[in-house]
Ligand binder design. Structure first.
Ligand code: SAH
Length: 218
């Protein structure tokens, strides 16, 4: 399949990879139908943008598999009015999906070149509800806290305490927790100030590197 078929490929991705595996949230599905994933995949792999796998985006980082982006988004239970914190901007694709659904997105990335690239694409696509920051996302983004939802798209050895603190009462955080080789996808809900955890099964992400993640990254 070649260029020009992007829309067709996108529909197939949604039918087979998302709906076929149980993604049901209508807002998530319409966001996936709309956001041009190929714009977020750098040229060497662009033709594979709608494939059922993660892809390299430079700096040793990856754009997550479409299903994983959909599942994590669905687990946040967004209705439309939320303020969302995203840690690990990467390509900016997940950011765009969130920006389609929620009210405002605060996204933090530790690698400046990736953030710059993501910002350019997201601005080119016309998103106005995204706020960008380069830095260590394990500390969150305190100035704008608390958040209705927090999504961490890199693997963490534990739930970074500042992120849980910056979550609103009743808010949800989705984060892969485990070791470098493999993690579990965890949803943490803040209930009466305490974490209620649910496990949605195994996953593999690049490491979260920072004060409350892994300290020695590269
Ligand atoms: N959602 C992104 C995932 C990118 S991979 C996408 O689908 O494109 C995870 C990203 O987390 C990488 O870009 C990595 O640089 C970033 N990251 C790792 N540790 C981080 C930290 N402490 N703060 C912010 N970003 C971090």
């Amino acid at each position: 399949m070649k260029k020009g078929n992007w829309e067709y490929q996108r529909r197939k991705m949604v039918e087979i990879q998302l709906i076929g595996r149980g993604i049901r949230d209508k807002k998530v599905i319409s966001a996936f139908l709309k956001v041009p994933r190929h714009e977020f995949v750098p040229p060497p792999h662009r033709e594979d943008a709608y494939g059922d796998f993660p892809l390299p985006i430079g700096e040793g980082q990856t754009i997550s598999q479409p299903y994983m982006v959909a599942l994590m988004t669905e687990l946040l239970l967004l209705k439309g009015e939320e303020k969302v914190l995203e840690i690990g901007t990467g390509s900016g694709y997940q950011t765009a999906i969130l920006a389609e659904i929620a009210k405002s997105i605060y996204t933090v990335e530790r690698i400046a070149s990736l953030l710059e690239r993501a910002k350019e694409i997201l601005e080119f696509l016309g998103y106005k509800n995204i706020h960008f920051r380069v830095g260590d996302g394990t500390k969150g983004w305190e100035e704008n806290a608390p958040y209705d939802a927090i999504i961490v798209t890199a693997a963490s050895p534990e739930i970074p305490p500042p992120l849980f603190e910056q979550l609103k009462e009743g808010g949800r955080m989705v984060i892969p927790v485990g070791n470098r080789m493999g993690q579990d996808l965890i949803r943490v809900t803040k209930k009466d100030g305490k974490p209620k955890k649910e496990n949605f099964g195994p996953c593999i992400f690049v490491p979260l590197i920072g004060e409350y993640g892994w300290k020695n990254g590269n």
